[in-house]
Design a protein around this ligand. Structure first.
Ligand SMILES: [Cu+2]
Length: 360
């Protein structure tokens, strides 16, 4: 089935009138012609300007060392492209910046962000962006509905520190999100994040395709499975094995690691766990406060996030999972953090393997 077939069927399912109304609501308040906002405001405490460094998962832009707010220019493009969910399984995805999840954005509390959203010239669909870090209509969606080949611009104040999901909110919203068009934006607190040795960007999400896990072919969204919340794939960073093999995350004994973890959904809540580790600190639900210590598994709601930190005491292959465990071993939500360095037998000591039966 083609993309256009899918959207027509989807519109029928949602009710075309509702889809059109919703679409109109999304465009209300957008600047005429989708151009730059009238009367852009620069608060008196905002000085200079920077172009935001954007990174593809699992990479995170460098920490912000500025101590004063600036005008931060973000350039992000929606790109429709085919991605690989697993060997022999392709999916016609919609992305921010060409990756699933989309580019990681890092700004500072107090920054005035000038956001440029381009929609790639090869796109078939309009797209917009709802950043959960934004206060105001649609989190920016109302100001950014962008046709293929066009660009929208809006500005917002980064009022609240935290780790926020962003996603496309063009109607039908579930279809856009299910097709992979989401990512994370970190608003660093004014005092900055505590320094750590390694930071990684991990985002869980689901894909809904006809048939079973591993069935070969090129797929688009199966709206019935999406509505039933019955995903074929549950993955970290957009594909089965994105964080294993060549994509394995790497760190060393003695280092402190911070994971910025998001959940694009569109439906499931993640029971995020790292096998063999304990989260020393959790910024629950991606807020700016460490509200839990010594945590085994943290819940990450659909459209939400968490920041977890831990020290590495011994070498191991630590395994990132959604501890709703069939999702990890049967649907793809599994990654590896490979840690090398000296053993510490006080921390863990394999004394005797029970692989040889002892005579009775
Ligand atoms: Cu979209």
């Amino acid at each position: 089935m083609s993309l256009s077939d899918t959207i027509v069927r989807s519109s029928r399912r949602f009710g075309l009138a509702a889809a059109v109304l919703s679409f109109a609501a999304c465009t209300a308040g957008a600047p005429a012609g989708g151009g730059a906002p009238l009367g852009a405001i620069t608060p008196p405490d905002v000085t200079g300007e920077e172009i935001a460094v954007l990174t593809s998962p699992p990479n995170v832009p460098p920490p912000i060392t500025r101590t004063t707010p600036t005008k931060m220019i973000v350039n992000l493009e929606t790109i429709e492209k085919r991605i690989t969910l697993t060997d022999g399984v392709e999916y016609s995805a919609w992305t921010f910046g060409g990756s699933v999840p989309g580019s990681f954005i890092r700004v500072r509390e107090g920054d005035q962000v000038e956001f440029h959203l381009k929609n790639g010239p090869m796109s078939m669909m309009p797209h917009n962006i709802d950043l959960h870090a934004v206060t105001g209509q649609g989190g920016g969606a109302a100001a950014t509905l962008t046709l293929p080949g066009a660009e929208s611009v809006f500005s917002f104040a980064a009022l609240n520190p935290g780790l926020y999901v962003y996603h496309c909110a063009t109607s039908p919203v579930p279809m856009h999100i299910a097709n992979g068009i989401y990512g994370l934006i970190l608003v660093e607190p004014k005092g900055g994040m505590t320094p750590v040795d390694k930071e990684f960007y991990v985002m869980q999400s689901e894909f809904y395709t006809k048939g079973k896990f591993g069935d070969q072919g090129v797929f688009t969204l199966d709206m019935d499975k999406g509505t039933d919340e019955n995903p074929t794939y549950v993955v970290f960073n957009g594909s089965v094995g994105a964080l294993t093999g060549a994509g394995t995350l790497k760190a060393a004994v003695g280092e402190r690691v911070r994971l910025y973890v998001g959940n694009g959904g569109p439906n499931l809540v993640s029971s995020f766990h790292v096998i063999g580790e304990i989260f020393d600190k959790v910024y629950g639900e991606g807020g700016s406060t460490i509200n839990a210590t010594n945590v085994q598994t943290t819940l990450i709601p659909a459209g939400g996030s968490a920041i977890v930190e831990f020290a590495l005491e011994v070498p191991a292959n630590y395994i990132l999972v959604d501890h709703a465990i069939f999702r990890a071993f049967n649907k793809g939500a599994l990654g590896i953090l490979e840690v090398t360095g000296p053993e510490n037998l006080r921390v863990i000591n394999p004394i005797q393997a029970g692989t040889t039966p002892t005579p009775r």
